[in-house]
Design a protein around this ligand. Sequence first.
Ligand code: CUK
Ligand code: CUA
Length: 690
Amino acid sequence: MNTRWMVVGAVALAAAGVLIGRGSKPSGTVTAPVAAPAGLPADAAGMVQARQLSPQDVTAALATYMPTGRYDDYLMFASGGHSGQMYVIGLPSMRVLRVIAAFSPDSWQGYGVGVKESALAEAQARDAGLRPRSLTWADTHHPALSETQGDYDGQYLFIGDKANGRLAVIDLRDFETKQIVTNPIFNNNHGAAFVTPDTEYVIESSQFAVPLDNRYAPITEYQQAYRGLATFWKFDRAAGRLALDQSFAVELPPYWQDLSDAGKLASDGFVFINSLNTEMATGGIEEGNPPFEAGASERDMDYLHVINWKKAEQVVAAGKVTTMKGLRVVSLPTAIDEGILHFVPEPKSPHGVDVCPEGSHIVIGGKLDPHVTIFNIRLIQQAIANQDYEGKDPYGVPILRFDAVKEAQVEIGLGPLHTQFDNQGYAYTSLFLDSSVARWSMGDCKYQAPEGPWKLVEKLPVSYNIGHLAAAEGDTVNPDGRYLVALNKWSVDRFPSLGPLLPQNLQLVDIQPPGEGMRLLYDMPMGLGEPHYAQIIKADKIKAWDVYPEVGWDPLTQAKSPHASYEGKVERAGNTVEIWMTAIRSHFEPERVSLAKGDRVIWHITNLERTRDATHGFTIPGYNVAASIEPGETVTVEFVADQEGVYPYYCLEFCSALHLEMAGYFLVAPPSAVGAPKLAASAADETTSG
Ligand code: CUK
Ligand code: CUA
């Protein structure tokens, strides 16, 4: 029996209430091989007592502790709010494994800091004519893992930028962002990103109504000129890119659309989008109007938008569209005439819409309503077929009769927002105002909870102000149960004070087995930008590369780079100097580059390493360049040598014992001193093998 298991045995004993006093040892317990921190007894039972851990604390610790070298069962992909990035977190350990640079520069990853092979650089260049300035951040809200038949397939990850109406595509072979697209005719979103069951489309729906095509119209023309928009970005899986020319959008009334979710199985072909502000409040508190928070909350009902995207696809194929800036748009009148768009009334200020694993039920959380409301897709389809309307909205969109499509309402508490599912017939809804998670039973489901349908089962308090929650594969056709993470907006007193800006608190909850109640396992302070939504995937579904497939790889195109080189060389054409540099432990080649002020520099660097984790970096003082060149990767930096002087370039990653020697000199002479420019690819650098 190895020592670790003996310690675990001792802790389990302690958890069972057999607490042993300091100094005495239970039979079978051995002293831990490593000395405990000062002041702590070395044996498990003694530690339990000294740290005053309850049996619940001990089992929670055992449930989350990850011995060195052991891997987590799940990976959670969390958005990063206005950090503009994505986070990868292991479950159940709650260790942050990676940040993925998406919309914001990150010098560690060599992203957006001088390297040309980056989605950010590509988007900035492309949008130069479309947007007045280069964007270097985003407000990321909703990640979406790519799906095959409604299940996560572990291939791609999409993330929406609420602030600027953009989407990013991340390839999970190397966890790098490959593409940033900008909606050509709309400047914000919220219902993004959500995918259809085979990732045919990535959905991006708007939040704040504005005139389409980024035009100006006075706010007094709000009802005539302002609109919402649901964009269906076609995903070309083979290319790993969203394709604007195969995408389309559906024009919506100027309500504020909120979250969306794609139908699946029973509801495949539909997309559901919540809305608020069907009052069409336009603000103007300074002119005596009600403030938005009151003006947008006057009516008892808002509208769930039900869009038949398969029908919309046919209408688009038939050419019944207007094309704006390359995006094909189905107009609101066409969407109504063709039966693409219907409304379902939903109670006060809805927020989350979540489709159950079988696709049959659509769960709505109303921020100002203590219930979740559950609609049934069968009833919705019947009501559409029978034209069972309770009226039309001011734009002529038919509104289905609430009682004809509602299956149930369950009173669960204050401020219901978002819902996830497990494999035992339960749904889990975040309660923002209650600061708790409600577990309630679904009805008419593949799995049926023993409590019977539509019952509140229990509530678990969380700290504090929970927004989204994420259960293991809990928004797919095949949820896992086991774990749930509460993404709490506030942490208040949970962690030591580090000043007025506090971390969020991500709390790991054990939701299995259901009979024993939900158990809080771990508080994880998130001292990085605010995660909104997260998805949790089985770790073994991710098939990431250990190193790039070939030496000379361009991660942006996921193909061999034309600029790859196995040896160092420098060439001049006119006043352009092109450098092909190799990097391998522990040297660059060349180690000297000499040119004249005013020369244009194109500098390619190939990391020749095939060893896992042998990453090198590259920087030059004052030129705002930070590259990360991972094993096999080729990167390019390009600039004008506009400052004369002597610039030591060096490797940024502590790659070997001789890492400090991994350097070179970039010598920028005054123009006159060089005359006919002399180039020096250092002949002194003789070693090329690794
Ligand atoms: S929203 Cu943040 S708590 Cu943008 Cu998904 Cu509901
Ligand atoms: Cu390469 Cu340090």
